[in-house]
Ligand binder design. Sequence first.
Ligand SMILES: *Cc1c(COP(=O)(O)O)cnc(C)c1O
Length: 380
Amino acid sequence: MIPYGRHLIDEDDIRSVSETLVSHWLTTGPKVSEFEAAVAAFVHSEHAVAVSSGTAALHTAMHCLGIGSGDEVIVPAITFVATANAVVFCGGTPVFADVDLNTLLINPKDVEAKITSNTRAIVAVDYAGQPCDYDALRGICERHGLVLVADACHSLGATQGGIPASRWADIAVFSFHPVKHITTGEGGMVVTNRADWAKEARMFRNHGIETDHREREHLGTWAYDMVKLGYNYRITDIQCALGISQLKKLPRWIAQRRRLSEYYSQLLADIGWLEPLKQVSEGHVWHLYVIKLQEVGLRQRLFHVMRQRGVGVNVHYLPVHLHSFYRNRFGTGQGLCPVAESAYEHILTLPLHQGMTETDVEYVVQCLKGFEYQGLSEVV
Ligand SMILES: *Cc1c(COP(=O)(O)O)cnc(C)c1O
């Protein structure tokens, strides 16, 4: 099976993790700080705070913003559920904005239409690895006094206007789940240029306690004060040792993902019944390769046929506002974001990851072409 996404681990990664396993620190030690510094440098951010998952990073970001009861945060309808869930964790209300038909990125016009006096922030999700329209989103945030958050879980390494895309946001988060660009098993990162938010994030990941174990050891004291309610969102040194060695390979992996995507686009050009999502940004880092099927009725069968042939196609994502939890808790449903709802019926994610080769791409396309003949004739 060629999965839609997969990690790639080499000898360097294994050595890096092994060294940490026999070191003094298994968690909250020097590897955490080293990984934070490496990611901060990579995305040109002043501060980076590593946490236990991308979801924990989103929750931490919402906490830093002070999101609470009565606050609204605008999120795109098409994203992983965690983007909206983080708002709910803090007692806020996610407000769903529709997406652009061609890219499935949050539509700035609809964002603006959904701003109320309770709106505090906008979350931009770089769907599939393609940066959002940050120019427009920044403008909206400045006009309305809102905070711009980047859920950059798909887009580590993406650029927009010649700078790391996450720099357009006031605070950004990354995920290091195995299907993402680099992995720590589970893991996440909050990046920001605001020192007060970075300090808040460090406390939040450690129960809301002012100092961590290493700082107390350094200060020669046992005393600590818990000043706010926090969580255990710490990441281990074992995980960060993996992250450090993975990050070194990221530029090469992004280049490989770009090569494979371009090859897909070239080979798919002569299939009339599907169309890849549009690339509008040069800084796209291709977390996912998503196609839109012309006919809604084809997807179910295509999904099964491709799976049978060992091609791990998938669907990203059911619009968040159509999940039962959101329907029941917030009364959302069909009709709220019509472009997202319609696009959802047509989309299919093809396998794409750094461990794939051109031959794998050819095989996937060959399976699609095989289906073309069988699929359309059967439908007729
Ligand atoms: C993966 C992902 C998350 C959550 O990250 P985890 O590390 O799995 O918790 C959040 N948002 C988006 C858009 C993601 O793709």
